[in-house]
Design a protein around this ligand. Structure first.
Ligand code: C5P
Length: 212
């Protein structure tokens, strides 16, 4: 059972993907973290973010089972991830590894979340969700998350960063951020996590039953 969850930055897709994975007893991969791992490694090595060869070398060796969410989720790394994510050969290298993850673990299935899961990585997923929320809501949630981890965050700066990143992700030539034709749109603006989770489970159940 493969479940594809896509959506823009800070839409809540990661939380929903984790909750769905627990609910259905499936493995979960936050594919954003794989792009973040590549961006962070290039930054740490002082390598240019458009050095595709160096990026691919990282993509081929990074351990998808052991991505350090706390370290990689730092706000600044999102920008580096979004820049490396425009390189087609780097994407191909990561997509191959993401698909291998999805097929692994005994083949029971997996939940993957990202930007191109329903369109490129898992086009045959049984359920596809495209999770959105209005930009101000997403910025507020991301800022709250940063503060909760002890950092400081300004909603207005975060909003500007998210909008810039969404634009780059939506405008890129390869695997842009967009809903698959057969994705179900879930707008979580004004929903708390429990409401969004219930809605997501209902969508997956309907998709499984072939009623979408
Ligand atoms: O989801 P997250 O915000 O961690 O993703 C960081 C960046 O990685 C995104 O802005 C996007 O450019 C890139 N990404 C992608 N395709 C995915 C997941 C993430 O291009 N499947």
């Amino acid at each position: 059972m493969l479940i594809a969850i896509d959506g823009p930055a800070a839409s809540g897709k990661g939380t929903l993907a984790r909750r769905l994975a627990t609910h259905y007893g499936l493995r979960h991969l936050d594919t954003g973290l794989s792009f973040r791992a590549v961006g962070a490694a290039l930054l740490a090595a002082g390598v240019a973010l458009d050095d595709e060869e160096a990026a691919i070398a990282v993509a081929e060796t990074v351990d998808l089972e052991d991505l350090d969410r706390d370290r990689l989720n730092a706000h600044g790394i999102g920008e580096a991830a979004s820049r490396v994510a425009t390189m087609p050969a780097l994407r191909a290298a990561l997509v191959a590894r993401q698909r291998a993850f999805a097929q692994g673990g005994g083949g029971d299935g997996a939940v993957l979340d990202g930007r191109d899961i329903g369109t490129v990585v898992l086009p045959d997923a049984v359920a596809k969700l495209f999770v959105t929320a209005d930009p101000a809501t997403r910025a507020r949630r991301r800022a709250a998350e940063i503060r909760q981890r002890g950092g400081t965050a300004c909603d207005t700066d975060i909003l500007a960063d998210l909008v810039r990143r969404d634009r780059r992700d939506s405008d890129r030539a390869v695997a842009p951020l967009k809903p698959a034709d057969d994705a179900y749109l879930l707008d979580t603006t004004g929903m708390d996590i429990e409401t969004a989770f219930s809605a997501a489970v209902e969508i997956v159940e309907r998709a499984k039953a072939g009623r979408m």
